[in-house]
Write a protein that binds this ligand. Structure first.
Ligand SMILES: Cc1cc2nc3c(=O)[nH]c(=O)nc-3n(C[C@H](O)[C@H](O)[C@H](O)COP(=O)(O)OP(=O)(O)OC[C@H]3O[C@@H](n4cnc5c(N)ncnc54)[C@H](O)[C@@H]3O)c2cc1C
Length: 315
């Protein structure tokens, strides 16, 4: 594999330390690492993997991923960018490349008085990663403002409508199919600039209290649970006041199941939120998996509810 990869990917690095590129700080050394800066290079790299049948994964902002220590595929890193030139603003629409930081898009929309994504202020990562996981916070999701998404499907580039992306809570078609996000078009409502700014500022303050700078974590670990998916038996066991927007916060279920104080090696449940797992520094994939399984078991035993990971294991 090494010889083939070196032949086709001139910018590839061997044994690259991925730890600083992920917010959870896991993964160690990646055997085959290919950084790409432009959309064109991203597409060309994927094209080559298809042609030569090379197994690969895509990394963007690294804020929602967990790498095993023995990751042995080619890792194509679509390097995040804060370049405003990668965004085009027209009336109430913004077009961006997938590797633009999500926060940049939010900042631009807020500054222009465009309403709809201000609650996503300060969410780490890129537009591409945000679209894959339909990132959101405080009642808004990236999909609320998506007009279309341009993807590379391994053969050609195509434009998908919002409906075709099958967005759902922290979910999209991109989690299930090999479609790579390269660009997106956003449509906003014009709002009151001062009100939008204030809302974004308030949320930023709340978020920074929760996630201290440099905290080694991937955001919320498990997804909140849709009430419609909970059995009548389980519903009897929960405090109905905890339901928000027809979802039961995973943090509540974990808290009630005694998650706080649990740990495995260097990975531990934070003391400020039961749905945030933190890496003390030397955490490993195995430790994360062990603790995650233990937490899932605890919630299932107590409530009969199976939690699902929001984070992505890079297998
Ligand atoms: C402190 C902190 C707070 C957070 N708060 C929130 C929050 O409030 N709400 C929320 O929703 N999330 C939150 N997150 C999680 C994370 O920021 C989001 O999921 C983010 O959108 C991930 O984007 P990324 O660019 O970092 O993707 P990565 O982590 O690099 O990748 C995530 C997945 O997307 C795939 N991917 C990335 N780019 C592409 C592409 N162009 N085409 C196809 N696949 C691609 C990757 O292969 C991987 O499977 C938080 C994370 C942290 C660390």
């Amino acid at each position: 594999m090494k010889k083939t990869l070196e032949k086709y990917f001139s910018g590839m690095k061997l044994d690259y330390n991925i730890v600083p590129q992920t917010t959870f700080g896991l993964g160690g050394y990646i055997r085959y690492y290919l950084p790409v800066k432009t959309t064109e290079d991203f597409v060309n790299a994927i094209k080559k993997t298809q042609k030569h049948k090379i197994p690969f994964r895509v990394l963007a902002g690294g804020s929602n991923v967990i790498f095993p220590e023995n990751f042995d595929k080619l890792l194509i890193h679509f390097l995040p960018s804060n370049d405003e030139l990668k965004t085009i603003i027209e009336n109430n629409s913004i077009l961006t490349e997938a590797n633009v930081s999500l926060n940049k898009l939010v900042e631009i929309s807020v500054a222009k008085g465009l309403e709809g994504l201000e609650s996503l202020i300060d969410i780490p990562g890129t537009i591409g990663g945000g679209i894959v996981g339909n990132a959101g916070a405080y009642g808004q999701s990236i999909s609320d403002c998506i007009d279309w998404v341009e993807v590379f499907d391994g053969e050609g580039i195509k434009k998908m409508s919002n409906e075709e992306c099958l967005f759902d809570y922290r979910d999209s078609i991109f989690k299930k199919k090999n479609l790579f996000v390269i660009r997106a078009g956003f449509k906003f409502e014009k709002g009151d600039k001062e009100i939008i700014k204030k809302r974004a500022e308030d949320i930023k303050i709340a978020r920074r209290l929760k996630y201290k700078k440099g905290l080694r974590c991937p955001g919320s670990f498990f997804k909140n649970v849709l009430i419609d998916n909970i059995s009548q038996e389980s519903l009897k066991l929960i405090d109905k006041d905890k339901i928000i927007n027809n979802r039961l916060p995973a943090g509540y279920l974990l808290e009630e199941s005694g998650a706080k104080g649990r740990s495995c090696g260097d990975i531990f449940v934070s003391d400020f939120h039961s749905n945030v797992l933190i890496n003390k520094g030397q955490g490993t994939y195995t430790q994360v998996k062990t603790l995650a399984e233990e937490l899932k078991r605890a919630v299932e035993n107590k409530f009969g509810i199976l939690l699902e990971e929001e984070v992505r294991y890079m297998l």
